[in-house]
Design a protein around this ligand. Structure first.
Ligand code: ZN
Ligand code: ZN
Ligand code: ZN
Ligand code: ZN
Ligand code: ZN
Ligand code: ZN
Length: 178
């Protein structure tokens, strides 16, 4: 006479038997170890027991996309501690997907592509008017910004980023030109 693998009681005549892995269970004995509900559909082996899909998710939460909130499988992108589907990782400004390999800037905690960042958010150099993109050296002086190599003497144009300089009205002068 066969018995239930879990409770070792016999099966009443005519009762349903759940079979899994060559073993037999009362339907209510083949239950999720967490919620104790009989497992009817998807389940996951857990120690010597089983977890229903919902409880498995509770114990082992998968990464969810910060954008669409569905599960991120293999080829996701991680940025600032959050996960994204590649197709969900959009520039906050142009709303186009940003390649994980391109330079990513951050605007208000959101990813921004290099182009939009340069166009709209980057500091601008007082001399050449070009964007000061992330990771380049720059100087800040009285609310103005310069690329390091653009911080030059107003008279002789020598780079004075690493020298002492003097201010004369709008001019910035090296020590030889004052
Ligand atoms: Zn049983
Ligand atoms: Zn459960
Ligand atoms: Zn997504
Ligand atoms: Zn963009
Ligand atoms: Zn410049
Ligand atoms: Zn000078």
């Amino acid at each position: 006479m066969s018995v239930c693998t879990k409770c070792t009681n016999t099966f009443p005549a005519g009762s349903r038997i759940t079979e899994f892995d060559g073993k037999q269970y009362h339907p209510e004995c083949f239950a999720c170890v967490d919620c104790r509900k009989g497992i009817t559909s998807q389940f996951y082996p857990f120690n010597n027991d089983y977890l229903c899909a919902a409880c498995h998710e509770q114990r082992f939460p998968r990464k969810r996309c910060a954008k669409c909130n569905s599960v991120v499988t293999s080829a996701g992108i991680t940025f600032a501690g959050a996960s994204y589907h590649a197709a969900c990782f959009l520039c906050v400004t142009c709303k186009q997907p940003i390649s994980a390999h391109s330079k990513i800037s951050m605007v208000d905690g959101q990813p921004c592509c290099a182009k939009c960042y340069e166009d709209q958010h980057a500091k601008r150099c007082s001399l050449c008017q070009k964007a000061i993109i992330a990771d380049v050296e720059y100087l800040e002086f009285e609310d103005k910004y310069w690329h390091k190599e653009c911080f030059t003497c107003s008279k002789c144009q020598k780079c004075i980023a690493e020298e002492s300089f003097y201010q004369d009205g709008n001019l910035i002068l090296c020590k030889d030109c004052i």
